[in-house]
Design a protein around this ligand. Structure first.
Ligand SMILES: [Zn+2]
Ligand SMILES: [Zn+2]
Length: 330
């Protein structure tokens, strides 16, 4: 089979490789679509020994000693496999399991995953929608939006318009917010507007903070979704939110952040929380929104064939695209 290999030094190649064999309680999936994700940047820049790709859909071709999965099932995949026994696993929130592992390999023609990671795609949800409804672009944004007050008429600020930021824009618009995006990259500002943002401003523009004040009678943004993961963006989020507003950190930051609790949190009584990955339940809730008219594909700027993945990676990681899908007709 063909699979995408990040060989390091910002290069990717399509390689011929062995079709993986499913172990007991695993399924072999023939991948029809996978999505590039910003979290693969490290693998792309430094290279990795495995096939990347954690947002994908496909058709089950083999189900080894499985309880429910059958060949022919169309599935999306929740790639976080928990222990199955702890409190959070029993609640269906394996992303909080202390011994969770992440299954990858979606940027290939075939991949094996544990049966319990499969999310059967409802018949009325097509693959191009399912790969987004069952990926973290919308999944993280959906978890973030669940933590916010109702949208109608409120001003939401989205910081960072990478894939998750774009996913957030599309969901916030669906929920009735007025959405302002702060993003340094002009290409991504363009995609933010195409995804439905009401305004997209350069985050280093001194007027951007002023504009939020203008829109909110000088109060500040009602809600801020921080999707850049950059400490500067995270500080800006805490400054831009109004007293009693809500900030959700979606962008990962392992490097640290200096907060002045009195100024940033206590005196404004803000709610500060995070959003991490998604659950199977979130996927089916998103499918329900899709049935009611939510358009998941607005954040997608390019759909390439798997064979064109090296070019797709270059464009995506250079920040020249919105969300990118790799497609393969089977
Ligand atoms: Zn992802
Ligand atoms: Zn667990």
């Amino acid at each position: 089979m063909k699979g995408l290999h990040y060989i390091g030094n910002r290069q990717a190649k399509i390689r011929e490789m062995e079709i993986p064999r499913p172990k007991p309680k695993e399924v072999l999936i023939e991948v029809t679509l996978s999505a590039l994700c910003g979290s693969e940047r490290n693998d792309y820049e430094q290279g990795c020994s495995f096939v990347s790709g954690h947002e994908f859909v496909g058709i089950v071709r083999e189900a080894k000693n499985c309880r429910e999965s059958k060949p022919g099932n169309r599935v999306a995949v929740n790639v976080i496999k928990g222990c199955g026994k702890c409190y959070y696993c029993r609640m269906g929130k394996s992303q909080f399991c202390e011994s969770m592992i992440i299954c990858q390999g979606g940027h290939a023609e075939y991949v094996c995953v544990p049966e319990e990671c499969c999310l059967e795609i409802p018949e009325d949800v097509e693959d191009r929608a399912a790969v987004l409804l069952g990926g973290d672009t919308l999944g993280v944004a959906y978890r973030a939006v669940q933590k916010l007050p109702a949208g109608m008429g409120r001003v939401a600020l989205v910081i960072g318009a990478g894939p998750i930021g774009l996913g957030a824009v599309s969901l916030l618009k669906y929920y009735g917010y007025y959405v302002v995006v702060w993003e340094m990259n002009p290409v991504r500002r363009k995609y933010a507007l195409l995804t439905g943002a009401d305004e997209a401003m350069d985050s280093v523009d001194l007027n951007s903070e002023q504009r939020i004040k203008e829109l909110t009678n000088r109060l500040g943004a009602d809600v801020v979704l921080e999707c850049s993961g950059n400490p500067v963006g995270q500080k800006n989020a805490l400054h831009a939110v109004r007293p009693e507003g809500t900030v959700v950190f979606c962008g990962e930051n392992y490097k640290g952040l200096t907060i002045v609790p009195s100024e940033d949190i206590i005196h404004k009584e803000i709610t500060l929380t995070g959003a991490f990955y998604f659950t199977g339940q979130d996927f089916y809730c998103l499918c329900e929104l899709y049935r009611r008219g939510f358009e998941p594909g607005k954040a997608v700027s390019h759909i390439w064939n798997l064979a064109e993945a090296p070019l797709a990676c270059k464009m995506f990681f250079e920040g020249k695209t919105g969300k990118v899908l790799l497609e393969r007709k089977v």
